[in-house]
Design a protein around this ligand. Structure first.
Ligand SMILES: [Zn+2]
Length: 239
């Protein structure tokens, strides 16, 4: 799972009454698009300064996530009053959705990584990833919906996948040796390699495989270079 940098720019407590009056335990993630072209920091600053009851927990752009509200407090984001969206959602705004393009796609990917880390942190399944639209019908997150909601969920799934285990050094060395063994014979060895096959010393496979002591003994024996162990066993020798 990728880690997205989370920069806190938290709401001052004397603004809680407007921005996040209720202490709560969150139960879900709610995804939004800003319908704007401002970076995350600006979205959070604007959200905190405006006098209305409008608020959300995170704004995510192509570089970072900026957090404006504590997660154990509600937000005013999903238009459902004191419904489960506002009261229980962790609200994530994805930046740059007005114009879209590459920085929006990066922001969306970062939001997917942030969402995955929240699911992991709270022990939630993918069914806890919801969209603003689920609470008051508003077409938000607009561009994420245009591009496909399942596609966004797939981005979260990808982030949740455990990383492939790293190959251990021994396995790596064995694989490399096998790859190397299968290469054709080197130019300087080709003639000898050909002769070795024709004379039956080697069968022509794995020209660059290392030779073990036992294989070496068999090669020497095939070439008739080893003295007989027991003269009595020699063919043709009659006592
Ligand atoms: Zn929304």
């Amino acid at each position: 799972m990728r880690q997205v940098t989370i920069r806190p720019m938290l709401c001052p407590e004397d603004r809680y009454g407007i921005k996040c009056p209720f202490s709560r335990t969150p139960s879900r993630v709610v995804i939004h698009n800003t319908a704007n072209d401002a970076p995350a920091e600006n979205e959070i600053r604007y959200m905190l300064n405006r006098p209305e009851e409008v608020s959300f927990h995170f704004a995510v752009d192509d570089k970072e996530a900026v957090q404006g509200l504590p997660l154990d407090r509600n937000a005013w984001a999903s238009g459902d009053g004191r419904g489960v969206g506002n009261m229980e959602g962790v609200h994530i705004e994805i930046c740059y959705s007005l114009s879209g393009g590459e920085r929006f796609q990066k922001a969306e990917a970062n939001a997917a990584a942030l969402t995955a880390s929240l699911l992991k942190q709270y022990g939630w399944g993918l069914e806890r990833v919801t969209k603003h639209q689920d609470y008051d019908g508003k077409y938000c997150p607009h561009r994420t919906l245009d591009l496909g909601w399942e596609r966004f969920l797939d981005l979260v799934r990808q982030e949740l996948k455990p990383a492939a285990p790293e190959e251990d050094r021994d396995a790596w060395a064995r694989r490399k040796e096998k790859e190397r063994a299968g290469l054709p014979a080197s130019g300087w060895a080709q003639e000898a390699w050909q002769k070795a096959q024709e004379s039956g010393v080697f069968d022509g496979t794995a020209p660059r495989a290392p030779l073990t002591r036992e294989q070496c003994a068999v090669v020497l024996d095939r070439l008739g270079l080893l003295p007989a162990r027991d003269p009595n066993a020699r063919a043709g020798v009659v006592l």
